[in-house]
Design a protein around this ligand. Structure first.
Ligand code: DKG
Length: 291
């Protein structure tokens, strides 16, 4: 079988908790022979007719998605163990913490920093979308920094990701309320554009520290999303460029077909500066000397 059946602890020492998800817990682990460090995702299997645990078909889906990924901004899968109670995904270890924590420590980021993070998220997402895979759960908790010092990021959780082929449309995948697109709320067919809405939400949060559609209740959040009830006139956006706002506006579009694609976003001037930013800065510095 492609999954290893021997006891996981024969080959790995299990270390500290790194996080937990729906039916899974992620722990740092060290390969006994090579001393190489990984992140082991222990996914509880659904036993009998119970409700606890993940369905094997969903676990296999996540594995198949991870298997076709090979990109610097996407977590890689090393190997899989299959035991009676659980499936263990041995994943590449990223130890810089969640982008979520990085932002909350810094309140809001500079536009350069935000643009650099979003560019990496778009590059990882392009790799998925070029393989017709939609993530469906993009949010700052699922984006991790490679290590404390670098600002390199990786997309980590593919629990809801799936192949989008036109014949069977995908519906009713619930991500996390704040980040889901209108078509998810209203149970309409999902597409790659569903991820692009979430990129808009993440960008808005990186630049302002505030969540665009979040309401007091779940219902209010859903209403704000389907009514596109967001604004930039927060004093939080007073010194944000029109280019950055334009980037976000092209993603908060109700009709998925009209929303910016991952390629549109990578070519947007807020992401792809026409010239290196230091050249822009140098030019404006020269102007200041002349004045
Ligand atoms: C939480 C996590 C997941 C995957 N790799 N490293 C850390």
């Amino acid at each position: 079988s492609v999954f290893k059946l021997e006891p996981f602890e024969d080959n790995y020492e299990v270390g500290e908790d790194l996080g937990s998800g729906h039916f899974a817990v992620v722990r740092k682990c060290i390969h006994r022979k090579t001393r190489q460090a990984f992140a082991a995702k222990f996914i509880r299997k659904r036993r009998g007719g119970g409700r606890k645990g993940a369905k094997m078909e969903d676990i296999v889906k996540e594995i198949n998605v991870l298997r076709c990924m090979n990109h610097p901004n996407v977590i890689s899968l090393h190997e899989v163990y299959d035991t009676k109670q659980e499936v263990i995904l041995v994943l590449e270890l990223v130890s810089g913490g969640e982008l979520f924590d990085y932002i909350s420590e810094k309140e809001a980021l500079s536009e350069e920093e935000a643009s650099a993070f979003i560019k990496q998220i778009l590059e990882g997402l392009k790799h998925l979308h070029d393989n017709s895979i939609v993530h469906l759960d993009l949010k700052p908790e699922n984006i991790m920094l490679l290590d404390r010092t670098s600002t390199k990021i990786k997309l980590i959780d593919f629990g809801l990701a799936r192949k989008i082929n036109d014949k069977d449309d995908v519906r009713a995948m619930m991500g996390t309320a704040e980040f889901i697109a209108p078509e998810v709320v209203s149970f309409e067919p999902l597409s790659l554009a569903t991820d692009m809405w979430s990129v808009g939400v993440i960008t808005y949060i990186l630049l302002s520290g505030s969540s665009p559609f979040l309401g007091e209740t779940l219902q209010e959040t859903y209403h704000n999303i389907t009514a596109l009830n967001f604004d930039f006139d927060h004093d939080l956006f007073q010194n944000t460029s029109d280019l950055a706002k334009d980037f976000i506006k092209r993603l908060f579009i109700k009709n998925p077909r009209k929303r910016g694609s991952v390629n549109d976003c990578l070519n947007h001037p807020w992401i792809k500066p026409s010239e290196p930013r230091e050249a822009i800065a140098r030019r404006s510095a020269m102007i200041n000397i002349d004045n």
